[in-house]
Design a protein around this ligand. Structure first.
Ligand code: DQA
Length: 148
């Protein structure tokens, strides 16, 4: 099946951005590992990063047309602000897993709110880059085996 990893604003700077919070792994390294792991399980993994809300909304719409079966989404700060992203997920009706590198609940109160959590399959946060790997494992459990 087709799995999409969606990265929101500022995640292009992973590795260099506040590494004490977000770790040292770069987005390219994370994406490559995820793609390999998905391929080994017989699935195809694509990824998309944007700092622009409308591009993320557009990519979710595209997922509706290209047969994306599952989305792993780290929406970054848009998690806490974007009704548009929430509506896009609802409109596309593609199951998704919300994830964050940091434990957002151990941080500032404005990060405790998410416009996505209640319509997500589930939420993984606080495990650094492992949050992505754990989210992929959860996705693989829920997809029919080896169905590229
Ligand atoms: C983040 C947490 C958000 O609050 C923050 O705005 C980010 C990254 C995370 O992965 O921990 O950009 O989603």
């Amino acid at each position: 099946a087709k799995i999409l990893v969606l990265h929101g604003p500022n995640l292009n700077l992973l590795g260099a951005r506040e590494p004490h919070i977000y770790g040292h792994e770069t987005l390219a390294e994370i994406n490559q590992q995820l793609a390999e792991r998905a391929r080994a399980a017989g699935h195809e993994l694509l990824w998309f990063q944007s700092n622009a809300e409308h591009e993320l909304v557009g990519r979710i719409h595209q997922g509706r047309d290209d047969g994306t079966a599952m989305i792993l989404c780290n929406a970054g700060a848009f998690t806490h602000t974007s009704i548009a992203l929430r509506d896009a997920f609802a409109a596309a009706a593609i199951p998704f897993i919300e994830l964050h590198l940091s434990n957002v609940f151990a941080r500032e109160p404005f990060r405790h709110q998410s416009y996505l959590s209640d319509i997500a399959l589930g939420l993984i946060c606080g495990f650094g880059a492992d949050s992505y790997r754990l989210a992929l494992d959860a996705a693989l459990q829920r997809l029919p085996a080896g169905s590229v």
